[in-house]
Design a binder for this molecule. Structure first.
Ligand code: SF4
Ligand code: SF4
Length: 489
């Protein structure tokens, strides 16, 4: 076990943690929603095709929808029950858009539909492990939502040597990973061994922030004496949970802008993902539930709770005693990088690790003032950017200007907004700019695709016309040849 120097990367902030609201309570496993709402559109925009119909009985863990490729992770029923509706329903996207949604009424039983005998991962090939992870519909539970099986497969191809497990959990309020490490350390370690085999890594490192002493002890005990697995304690500093900053803090290696960590031989996964991988490979259990932190000063009884995927935010809040004050803002995730929820009636998807309900007092929405050129935002930016300059361009819809100041490298971590004495919502400007740039890119891709299809069609029509012409010419010649052949015989 190593302790690292206090400031392992430049920038960063120390926001108030509020972790004491939930960190001393065991994870609750009692929550049973009466219905679950499972969106058929995934975070990356790809669609799933339903394999069930209204009226069908489904069992816990049953495959109920799948996409057309591995980038679209399959969906499994989180409960035993009946499909009661398939309809457009609110998604957790901040815009409040609706997507086609399977609604399943829960019959309240908790048994799995099929109980597979445990498998020994040592007897599985790396590709068999990847297949099980893909079939289990696992995505990165740290919030990125990228299919884990694909990440493992690509890491093996890239000859990754080090698996870095992120136990940072640097966002304020969130303690679900902390509790998971304290309560289920053995399963996390088992998942790390499985992932290391899948990618061929010889070295696995679990990195935990120094504000989680119980989790550090639990992981230390569970990994004690296991060769190839070590623990590193990193200082609590936001955004330590960012992949590139954790890598810098633990290994000293700087991942350049636009570079993948796998190019440096390192793959990063979250502790909760490691546990989900263990369940998928050992018991063939798909990802149908996850632990989330429900917190904020408007929540009556903040808690860490195991939530079936598709549970409504309103149901989860009711399970935590409801609201004790008006929630001026509800957030999926943490307060720095989370997404403001458009309604309490949206379902929780696989990438949501926290649910916050904050009162007006806690939000402390001060009126935004003019920039005083204090330079604080520059000092805390962990990417070494000039946020006030990017903000000037973004605010004027000058996306190119914002990009010239490094918008593409911005993590949207919110450290600059947090520190700004003028309460300028810098990160909101950057989110707005990035979504506009993405929309422009996607329009350009669509028009390029349309142009390519038109060109391909024109070429095909030209080929067909030429073929027809050639066939006609051949037909005209054939009788003459035939007559001449008859004459000769
Ligand atoms: S949101 Fe972007 S600009 Fe602001 S501190 Fe984070 S990385 Fe830097
Ligand atoms: S922290 Fe705020 S006021 Fe200071 S330079 Fe940055 S944007 Fe301007």
């Amino acid at each position: 076990m190593f302790n690292l120097k206090p400031k392992p990367f430049s920038g960063g902030v120390h926001p108030k943690g509020y972790k004491e609201l939930t960190q001393q309570q065991d994870i609750s496993k009692d929550f049973v929603p009466d219905r679950v709402y499972l969106g058929m559109q995934q975070r990356n925009g790809s669609m799933l095709n339903s394999l069930v119909a209204v009226g069908d009985t489904v069992v816990k863990g049953q495959l109920i929808a799948r996409g057309s490729n591995d980038m679209t992770v399959p969906l499994h029923s989180p409960v035993n029950g009946t499909v009661v509706d398939i309809k457009p329903y609110l998604s957790s996207h901040p815009s409040g858009i609706k997507s086609q949604t399977l609604v399943i009424a829960n019959n309240g039983t908790k048994n799995w539909g099929i109980d597979y005998p445990p498998s020994d991962y040592q007897k599985l090939s790396h590709e068999q492990i990847v297949e099980r992870v893909l079939e289990a519909g696992i995505v990165g539970l740290g919030g990125a939502g990228f299919p884990t099986g694909i990440k493992l497969r690509l890491a093996r191809k890239s000859k990754v040597h080090t698996l870095l497990i992120n136990g940072g959990e640097c966002e304020p309020y969130l303690t679900c990973d902390d509790r998971l490490m304290r309560e289920q350390a053995a399963e996390i370690i088992a998942g790390i061994k499985v992932m290391a085999k899948a990618i061929g890594a010889t070295n696995s490192i679990i990195a935990i922030e120094d504000n989680k002493p119980e989790a550090i002890n639990a992981i230390k005990q569970a990994s004690d004496g296991i060769s190839g697995i070590s623990l590193k304690i990193v200082p609590s500093l936001y955004p330590m949970g960012s992949e590139r900053h954790l890598i810098k803090a633990v290994t000293g290696i700087a991942i350049g802008p636009g570079q993948l960590s796998t190019a440096q031989g390192i793959l990063v996964h979250n502790v909760a993902t490691a546990k989900a991988v263990y369940q998928a490979v050992r018991y063939q259990r798909p990802l149908i539930e996850r632990v989330i932190t429900v917190s904020g000063d408007a929540i009556e009884a903040p808690a860490n709770i195991t939530v079936p995927i598709g549970s409504l935010v309103s149901q989860v809040i009711a399970e935590c005693g409801g609201l004790k004050a008006e929630a001026k803002r509800m957030i999926a995730g943490g307060p720095m990088m989370g997404q403001v929820l458009p309604s309490p009636f949206v379902p929780i998807d696989k990438s949501v690790g926290g649910l916050l309900a904050l009162s007006e007092e806690q939000i402390n929405q001060r009126q935004s003032q003019d920039c005083v050129r204090c330079g604080n935002c520059v000092k805390v930016c962990p990417m070494g950017l000039m946020p006030f300059q990017m903000a000037t361009h973004s605010n004027n819809d000058d996306w190119q200007g914002a990009q010239e100041f490094g918008l593409d490298s911005c993590l949207l971590c919110g450290a600059c907004s947090y520190i700004c004495p003028s309460s300028i919502p810098l990160v909101q400007y950057f989110q707005h700019a990035k979504s506009n740039i993405n929309a422009q890119r996607s329009m350009m891709q669509k028009s390029n695709l349309a142009r390519q299809l038109t060109e391909a069609r024109q070429q095909r029509l030209a080929r067909e016309a030429a073929a027809k012409k050639a066939a006609k010419a051949a037909k005209r010649k054939r009788p003459a040849r035939s007559r001449s052949t008859q004459g000769e015989s």
